[in-house]
Design a protein around this ligand. Structure first.
Ligand SMILES: *[C@@H]1O[C@H](CO)[C@@H](O)[C@H](O)[C@H]1NC(C)=O
Ligand SMILES: *[C@@H]1O[C@H](CO)[C@@H](O)[C@H](O)[C@H]1NC(C)=O
Length: 342
């Protein structure tokens, strides 16, 4: 099957794995991220650490940047259940910490956030991450964006803790459980792609077309981790990338848009197989809109039995900064994909 791929990608095939290409026609000015739950927190961390590279973020059900302050108890109590004490997330304090972290060079300068676009989702009946936490994420981002219209929210949908999309094959929006991707009967993925990627560049989102199994590739994420063994800080050996055929050719015109999507807890390939990188609705838009979708993978371990991304410090106290081991891995992946784009 793999042999029918066009020439330039053929060169990269090694067994089941591809070598991550370094010559895709990617536009370096349209890099965006998304994620759900711990993956939403990871998307925010990656955005904050590298806002000079990333221009937009779509976040489902995640608290603001550095909410846990390196403490699991704070993560589970204040950041996830904050309804009982809505004041327990102090956005002003997180804002000041962020400014300080930026001034020390451990995240990019916050001026890079000024023109970015953010889309936030929380369902009314989310029993895992309270909606109030996501309202705080809104308040946090609004401190950095130039205009409030750069931030869009979906806070009024009945449903549970999940990535919300509109695929009929998925369970109803009120379902809580694997694969944590629900049919909420509205095209939220199209909405967020429009908001964070298309409308700021005056592009129109083209209707989704069927994804092609041959365009989903597995690669060795472990080649991009800063230290071995990477399992100790929650990075899986493998990860995935969806590259539509029209983005596989080496071309001078950089017409493709890189999007990084982070799964939530209990949502990596060890737990839900291929579901997160097949069923979120992203690949169909990748086909019709020239998107390259990177799906990094977290790994379960003793400190992190559910394979969550680190948003409380199991990988080390600097987990939320550009020296955090997980964020360094993501940066290495971005560098690889963008190295020949100038
Ligand atoms: C979800 O929450 C809304 C608002 O609090 C409530 O009106 C509705 O009954 C809840 N739905 C379910 C299924 O619990
Ligand atoms: C998009 O269009 C608006 C209105 O025509 C224009 O002011 C703006 O500069 C355009 N933005 C880009 C990125 O081309």
């Amino acid at each position: 099957m793999l042999f029918i791929l066009i020439l330039c990608v053929c060169a990269y095939i090694k067994g089941d794995y591809v070598v991550l290409p370094d010559n895709l026609p990617i536009n370096k000015n349209t890099v965006t991220v998304s994620g759900v739950s711990s993956g939403g927190a990871m998307a925010i961390q990656t955005h904050m650490a590298h806002s000079s590279i990333i221009n937009g973020a779509a976040i489902y059900a995640a608290p603001p940047y550095y909410c846990a302050m390196g403490n699991l108890e704070v993560a589970m109590e204040s950041c996830m259940k904050c309804e009982s004490d809505p004041g327990s997330i102090n956005v002003l304090e997180l804002y000041l910490i962020t400014l300080n972290t930026a001034s020390l060079g451990f995240i990019d300068g916050v001026n890079h956030l000024m023109k970015d676009r953010v889309w936030l989702f929380t369902a009314l009946n989310d029993s895992v991450v309270n909606s109030e936490a996501v309202h705080k994420t809104r308040d946090f981002y609004l401190k950095f964006l130039f205009h409030s219209s750069q931030l869009a929210t979906v806070f009024n949908i009945e449903g549970e803790h999940a990535w919300a999309t509109n695929k009929n094959s998925l369970k109803d929006c009120n379902f809580l459980g694997k694969p944590y991707i629900n049919n909420c009967k509205h095209d939220f993925v199209g909405d967020f792609l429009n908001h964070i990627l298309m409308s700021p560049h005056n592009m129109s989102l083209i209707a989704p077309t069927p994804q092609q199994a041959k365009n989903l590739f597995k690669f060795k994420q472990s080649l991009y981790t800063p230290i071995s063994p990477s399992e100790e800080y929650g990075m899986h050996e493998d990860a995935y990338i969806y590259i539509p055929e029209q983005c596989q050719k080496v071309q001078s015109e950089k017409h493709c848009h890189l999007h990084v999507s982070f799964h939530g807890c209990l949502q990596n390939d060890e737990v839900v197989g291929e579901q997160f990188f097949r069923d979120t609705g992203l690949n169909e838009y990748a086909e019709s809109n020239d998107l390259v979708i990177l799906y990094p993978q977290a790994h379960s371990s003793k400190l992190n039995p559910n394979g969550c991304w680190d948003w409380w410090g199991y990988s080390g106290p600097q987990y939320a900064s550009n020296v955090g081991l997980q964020i360094r891995t993501i940066k290495n992946l971005l560098d690889r994909l963008l190295i020949n784009v100038n």
